[in-house]
Design a protein around this ligand. Structure first.
Ligand SMILES: [Fe+2]
Length: 128
């Protein structure tokens, strides 16, 4: 494995940013593995082989989910938007637009998240 996850000189990056870069790389690898298993399952005919591949894919679902949860815990603003998109019924794009809008509204509110429909991330934006 190389160091392709860096787009800036690694020695100039904080330890936190380097950890995030590793987790982003891991998230990508887990998604790739799920994709590979999906493709293998689409053509594999042997039931025992299919069972093993399905078991492996199941593990990758877990790995991907752990990586994503780690990243969302480290980035509350991202988490707030994700909560407006993930595990919700309805049109994904409409949910995403609403989540983004709520995040932007929250940026202008002091504190946010007070039952006005915002995602409560107002205090997280604009800090720098
Ligand atoms: Fe994995």
């Amino acid at each position: 494995m190389g160091f392709d996850q860096y787009h800036e000189p690694p020695e100039e990056l904080s330890q936190e940013t380097r950890t995030l870069a590793r987790m982003f790389a891991s998230l990508t690898e887990e998604a790739e593995a799920i994709n590979w298993y999906e493709q293998r399952l689409s053509i594999e005919q042997d039931p025992e082989a299919r069972s093993i591949i399905e078991d492996a894919r199941h593990e990758e679902y877990k790995h991907f989910s752990m990586d994503l949860e780690f990243l969302l815990r480290r980035r509350p603003e991202w988490r707030a938007i994700a909560e407006g998109v993930l595990f919700r019924p309805g049109a994904i794009t409409e949910n995403a637009d609403a989540a983004e809008e709520a995040a932007e509204e929250g940026a202008g509110a002091a504190g946010g998240g007070d039952g006005d429909g915002s995602l409560g991330i107002g205090g997280l934006r604009g800090r720098s």
